[in-house]
Design a protein around this ligand. Structure first.
Ligand SMILES: NS(=O)(=O)c1c(F)c(F)c(-n2cc(CC3CCCCC3)nn2)c(F)c1F
Ligand SMILES: [Zn+2]
Length: 259
C-alpha cells in the first residue's frame, strides 16, 4: 500500500500524484492558489457570509497525524454557513490548521506574493443537497471552506483554549473532549472574502470545495504558534510545514465581495 502521504521529502506534496492521488497533477481546480487581488473581480451579487454556530456542537480535538482538528456534531443543522456565493446550507464539520517551521511561512493561500505564518480552515459541507459528507466530497459544490490567515503579533485569546489542549495531543491519534468551543470567536471582525472553485488541499484532493478566503487575518502569538510545533506527525517528527504550496490557477476566476 506504499508509504502514506505526508509533508516530508519523500511523501510530501510533490509526491502525492505518485502515492495514489493523480489529481494532484492532472486536476483542473486544485488548491491552494496564489490570490492576486487586482485580478479578482468584484461581484456585487455576492452576499455577505452568514454564520450561525452553536458552541455546544463542538465535540473533540485531535492530532490527526497531519494537523490538529476540532470536530463538530454535523448530524443536524446546529452550526451552519449560508450566504456568500453559496446555494443552500453548509454544516460545520471540523476546523483545523496549517503552519510553518518559522513565522515567515506556513499558510496555504498566498496573497499578492505574501505568505503568512499559518492558516485556519473551517470545513463545511452542503447538507441540504447531499446526504452525507463523503457524498459531498464527490460534488463540485459539496464543501465550503472558510480560510483565515494567521499573522504573528499579539496573542489571540480565542485561540488559547486550543493552545492549552495541545500539550495532551502531542502524538498522532491523540484525542480529547473539546466542549463548548465558539468557532466564530476565531473569526476576524471583517468577513470580506475572495472566493474561487477549488479542492481539498490534502489527499484525496477532491475538487469539491468552494473556497472563501477572508481578507482580514487573525493574530496569533509567537509562543502560541510555537506550541503548535510541539505536536508530532509521528515519533520525534515535529508537526510543522504541514501546508501545500500554491497550485496552477488554470484560468479560474477569483471573485471578491469588496471593492
Ligand atoms: N485543507 S482542507 O482543504 O480544508 C481539508 C478539507 F476541506 C477536508 F475536508 C479534509 N478532510 C479529509 C477528511 C478525511 C476523509 C477520509 C476518507 C476519504 C475522504 C476524506 N475529512 N476531511 C481535509 F483533510 C482537509 F485538509
Ligand atoms: Zn486545511
Amino acid at each position: 500500500a506504499g508509504c502514506s502521504w505526508g509533508y516530508g521529502p519523500k511523501n510530501g506534496p510533490d509526491h502525492w500524484h505518485e502515492l495514489g492521488f493523480p489529481i494532484a497533477k492532472e486536476g483542473t481546480r486544485q488548491s491552494p492558489i496564489e490570490i492576486k487581488n487586482a485580478e479578482a473581480k468584484f461581484d456585487q451579487n455576492l452576499k455577505p457570509l452568514n454564520l450561525s454556530y452553536d458552541p455546544t456542537s463542538s465535540k473533540s480535538i485531535c492530532n490527526t497525524g497531519t494537523t490538529v482538528q476540532v470536530d463538530f456534531d454535523d448530524c443536524t443543522d446546529r452550526s451552519v454557513l449560508t450566504g456568500g456565493p453559496l446555494c443552500g446550507k453548509y454544516r460545520l464539520r471540523q476546523l483545523h490548521f496549517h503552519w510553518g517551521a518559522c513565522d515567515t511561512h506556513g499558510s496555504e493561500h498566498v496573497i499578492d506574493g505574501k505568505t503568512f505564518a499559518g492558516e485556519l480552515h473551517l470545513v463545511h459541507w452542503n447538507a441540504e443537497k447531499y446526504c452525507e459528507f463523503n457524498e459531498a466530497l464527490k460534488a463540485p459544490d459539496g464543501l465550503a471552506v472558510i480560510a483565515v490567515l494567521l499573522k504573528v503579533c499579539e496573542a489571540n485569546q480565542a485561540l488559547q483554549k486550543i493552545v492549552c489542549s495541545l500539550e495532551c495531543l502531542k502524538s498522532k491519534g491523540a484525542k480529547t473532549d473539546f466542549k463548548d468551543f465558539s468557532a466564530c470567536s476565531l473569526l476576524p471582525s471583517c468577513l470580506q472574502y475572495w472566493t474561487y472553485p477549488g479542492s481539498l488541499t490534502t489527499p484525496p484532493l477532491c475538487e469539491c470545495v468552494i473556497w472563501l478566503v477572508l481578507k482580514e487575518p487573525i493574530s496569533v502569538g509567537a509562543d502560541q504558534l510555537a506550541n503548535f510545533r510541539k505536536l508530532e506527525f509521528g515519533p520525534c517528527e515535529p508537526m510543522q510545514n504541514n501546508y501545500r504550496p500554491p497550485q496552477a490557477s488554470k484560468c479560474r476566476e477569483i471573485r471578491k465581495n469588496f471593492e
